[in-house]
Ligand binder design. Sequence first.
Ligand code: NAP
Ligand code: GDD
Length: 344
Amino acid sequence: MTVKKALITGITGQDGSYLTELLLQKNYQVHGIVRRASTFNTQRIDHLYQDPHDKEIQLFTHYGDLSDSTRLVSLLEQVQPDEIYHLAAQSHVRVSFDEPEFTGNTTGLGTIRLLEAIRTVGLPCRFYQASSSEMFGAAPPPQHEDTPFHPRSPYGVAKVYAYWATRNYREAYGMYAVNGILFNHESPRRGPTFVTRKIATAAARIKTGLQDSVYLGNLDARRDWGYAAEYVEAMWLMLQQEQPDDYVIATGTSYSVRDFAEHCFAHVGLDWRDHVRFDERYLRPSEVEDLVGDASKAHRMLGWKPTTHTPELARLMVDAELKPLLRSSIPGTPQRASLAPTAG
Ligand code: NAP
Ligand code: GDD
């Protein structure tokens, strides 16, 4: 039996790591694009490391960047993937207001660079675009595949561009190219400046006496938060259908940021109101108030259904934060602070 080859952009991100695990389980040969950094940025996939000297190796990483079309072409020629999962992006909405041009270049143009590389090389592969509920922006919920887009951030605008680029290459060149329109999905591997991870981390650190409070922005925003490990299965399913199509992936439930904080703090026996403070730095110039997905098409056509809902997700994220803290709670253990710019 021939082994299928997958190429993942954004393999070092939250979704990339879960997707890699899934594809390895399914016996794929997995290739991932990693951008060069002055420090290691592969922590989320290090547990999957395989010795390159091993003949049975199934996981390969390659340096590359979405801004470098020549490299994308040479990688496609070298790897010849059957399936491409395009997950790489500047994915932080608040940061996209500070870096709109970079976000447009990476999150928007990055997609067309990759599509054009596939076309240039003439690869008969299947292509997954990581589209986002952020494209719906101000459109009232519940949002589904036919809801008109009304993006509210440079990130959302760039994702709309990438969405239409994907559809255009499907229509113009007959490519098997799909958009997975995923609503927010979280996990212990979520980037630390997204609100769920920020709250879960704070609840654990406050519980263990490492800090007193956490500063947040808009507590009224509502999101449909699912579990990332379950959402990557939907990505794979989208590339296994007879015809390419676009699908919303969501739980269909709605919780506010305040609700999420309440669940996290209650899980460790604390009252969120004693610890959450307001900082206007975390507000956005234009906000997305309410996202709730209608994923009935994915239920019907892909047989995909989520099982983890927001309250359980909050608990599992807090538990994951507590574990290492409890393990290293030896008096005098220094706690590291991050020097990353405050944007999220
Ligand atoms: P993430 O954790 O932020 O990961 C983003 C990935 O993209 C990282 O591997 C990052 O590399 C890589 N990347 C960024 N800029 C790059 C560049 N110029 N060249 C090559 N690689 C680059 O995001 P995620 O949560 O896994 O999300 C995956 C995708 O789904 C993203 O496109 C995101 O916009 C989209 N999405 C996410 C959600 C969600 O709720 N998570 C919902 C809808 C859509 P480094 O590790 O080096 O930074
Ligand atoms: N990040 C952050 N930090 N958000 C905060 C904070 C804070 O301190 N306080 C309140 N919020 C609110 C934001 O204003 C927003 O309404 C909500 O919490 C969620 O923010 P994020 O967790 O940053 O996620 P997002 O919804 O903006 O974007 C995520 O989901 C999109 C799908 O809808 C990202 O993963 C995007 O890449 C993804 O496309």
